[in-house]
Design a protein around this ligand. Structure first.
Ligand code: G6P
Length: 504
């Protein structure tokens, strides 16, 4: 019997919440001032703004880690959120977060761009920490509550939670890609991960292709067939009975908080800042912009290489154009991220050393995070936005750029390996591995006639403006509620097998 199977039901708490979100990070960041006193601030990002109104309306709670090791915090309230912190020891941060989440699953789920590392100690920590999150959620949810678990760090939580609290409705959303069977197979704990996920009533993915990959993996390793996106699962209970439920899996492409970007894009001070950025750069004809976490999935090296070659070929000069690359620090203690930073900074240094003049620089490389107003000012200043990810679940920067361009000017160069490419079909689509193709696409985006640029941007804006992150969360939660009301026998198609041994 595995560790998870020994989980026993926990009592329904007396004062539980009807809606509970569970994610690795809480939706708040801690600020510490010069005097050492700390305060909380709502984290930026679409997920947090999408769920804030749902939290307020449904009296919800959010379970997550507050970001510091070896510190236990009592539940507390901040703006609309009831926050329930989960503590992690320093070793768990190393093994569960930096290790299994970000050096095993992250590269495995992103086309093995970096080599995933498989360590049993990391897996044990991942399982233990997932159990802690599941238990905290079980102790927080009211009778019959809806619990929505987020992302790859917590894939075991759905099944653990179902065992602890069979009365709750469980949703899971995977923000990153789900890999094809051939790659997922490398994971030594592949069956346990699939068992974990299939504890949910509804599992959402970014692209239809991700949902298909998942369904194929379940068929291969758990021997369960999905029909029309639904399959039936069952397992024995501690009392010797049998419990059966239906799992639905489908695509729910995430989006952004369009209103807040539109508001900032109209704000006179943000617009003035955009003009100031251009002036400070010496009024170049073209500003190219890249905005990413410093992550090897983002194709930052490919973009810089292409830019350097365009300077070398004389198709661009430092007088007429500049590349601004914002690379916000991320997962800095993970080896592959450290290595990437060295490579990127080496490339930027070499290109700037070769092409800079006293008055002009080739690449403005900024290794910082910025407030959102500054990001929107950059979006307004940029003529060509470069999103060249080698693999990306969605890529919200692409959608943010589009939402900010209210005058319909500007061009988006977008990797076909992002989830966003399935929705923003009027972008200049590229294969970032093809450096010549990328260079041509960058030049095409720069030289595109204004009428064509406006037509493309107008079409992309229609897509983004009509599918914002509030629609995304509503669609997921409506479907989750509808599926939870459907009896298992009605929901699964005729071909849906129940449990059964995996094909290992
Ligand atoms: C991606 C993941 C998120 C994660 C974020 C930042 O968007 O899908 O789950 O929170 O990166 O990464 P971090 O490791 O800093 O939380």
């Amino acid at each position: 019997m595995s560790a998870e199977q020994s989980l026993e039901e926990v009592a329904v708490p007396q004062e539980g919440y009807d809606f509970v979100v569970v994610s690795n990070r809480l939706p708040v960041d801690r600020d510490v001032d010069e005097n050492g006193s700390s305060s909380w601030r709502r984290s930026p990002g679409g997920l947090v703004s999408a769920l804030a109104p749902v939290m307020a309306q449904r009296d919800g709670a959010w379970v997550g880690w507050h970001g510091a090791p070896d510190e236990s915090l009592e539940p507390f309230d901040h703006d609309v959120f009831h926050l329930v912190p989960v503590s992690l020891s320093e070793t768990e941060v190393k093994r569960y977060y930096e290790g299994f989440s970000n050096a095993t699953l992250w590269p495995l789920y992103h086309d093995v761009i970096a080599s995933p590392e498989f360590h049993r100690t990391w897996w044990y920590a991942y399982r233990r920490v997932n159990e802690r999150f599941a238990r905290t959620a079980a102790e927080t949810a009211a009778e019959g509550a809806t619990v929505w678990v987020q992302d790859y760090q917590l894939q075991l939580v759905p099944r653990m939670l179902r065992r602890l609290r069979p009365d709750v409705t469980i949703g899971f959303f995977n923000h990153i890609p789900f890999p094809p069977t051939e790659i997922f197979s490398q994971l030594p704990w592949r069956r346990a991960v699939l068992e974990g996920l299939t504890g949910a009533d509804l599992i959402g993915f970014q692209r239809p292709g991700d949902a298909q990959n998942f369904q194929r993996c379940v068929r291969r390793y758990l021997g369960v067939q999905f029909t029309k996106g639904a399959a039936q699962f069952s397992e024995s209970t501690a009392e010797g009975g049998q419990t059966t439920w239906t799992v639905n899996a489908g695509s729910y492409p995430i989006s952004i908080d369009v209103d807040s970007i539109k508001e900032l894009a109209d704000d006179p001070s943000v617009r003035a800042r955009a003009r100031e950025i251009r002036e400070e750069l010496g009024n170049p004809e073209t500003i190219f912009l890249g905005v990413d976490r410093l992550d090897y999935t983002k194709g930052i090296r490919h973009r810089i290489k292409a830019y350097g070659e365009l300077l070398h070929d004389g198709r661009l000069t430092v007088e007429d154009s500049v590349l601004i690359q914002v690379a916000s620090p991320s997962r800095e203690r993970v080896d592959s991220y450290r290595h990437l930073r060295e490579l990127v900074e080496g490339m930027v240094g070499r290109i700037n050393g070769q092409y800079d003049t006293i008055s002009h620089t080739a690449i403005r490389y900024l290794h910082h995070g910025y407030p959102f107003e500054e990001m929107v000012a950059l979006y307004l200043a940029a003529d060509v936005m470069l999103v060249t990810a080698l693999r990306d679940g969605m890529n919200l920067v692409a959608k943010e750029y589009v939402a900010a361009r209210r005058d319909r000017s500007g061009a988006l160069v977008l990797s076909e390996f992002t989830g966003a490419a399935e929705q923003l079909k009027q972008a200049v689509l590229v294969n970032p591995h093809d450096i010549d193709g990328l260079k041509d696409a960058m030049m095409y985006a720069r030289d595109m006639p204004a009428t064509e640029a406006r037509k493309r941007m107008a079409s992309m804006r229609r897509q983004v403006l009509t599918h914002d992150v509030v629609d995304w969360s509503q669609r997921f939660l409506d479907d989750l509620a509808a599926h939870a009301r459907t009896a298992p026998d009605d929901a699964a198609g005729p071909g849906a097998a129940a449990d059964g041994p995996g094909h290992e």
